[in-house]
Design a protein around this ligand. Sequence first.
Ligand code: NI
Length: 138
Amino acid sequence: MRITRRESFNAAHRLFRPEWDDKKNLEVFGKCSNPRWHGHNYILYVTVNGDVDPATGFVLNLKSLSRIIRTFVVDKLDHKNINLEVDFMEGHMASTENLAIAIWKQLEKPIREQGARLHCVKLIETENNYVEYFGDKQ
Ligand code: NI
């Protein structure tokens, strides 16, 4: 059984390589290379799987899942600059792909401690672009 919780956050970022000039960064990263930053309204879907607990009828209490996502992810990202202020993104390009991987790493252990398994982190950056991460294998 899989269950999914949706959360959202707003954050600023810039995609760029410091060793490249603005022209090259614009060619590769487009508008996301804007030197003066910009923001996205990110939407995050966290899917976990596990067995249905006969006592509760739940795989995992969705309030608990929401609390985990807010504590380990949303509170650290919401209204922040991903390049400058988010400890778990230090040293990583602030792309949607890398953010999804970092979110997975933040969530995997606390979800396991609640008796479920993280299945997918789906992160929507714009209405046209999203990524899905299923852990190391994919
Ligand atoms: Ni962007």
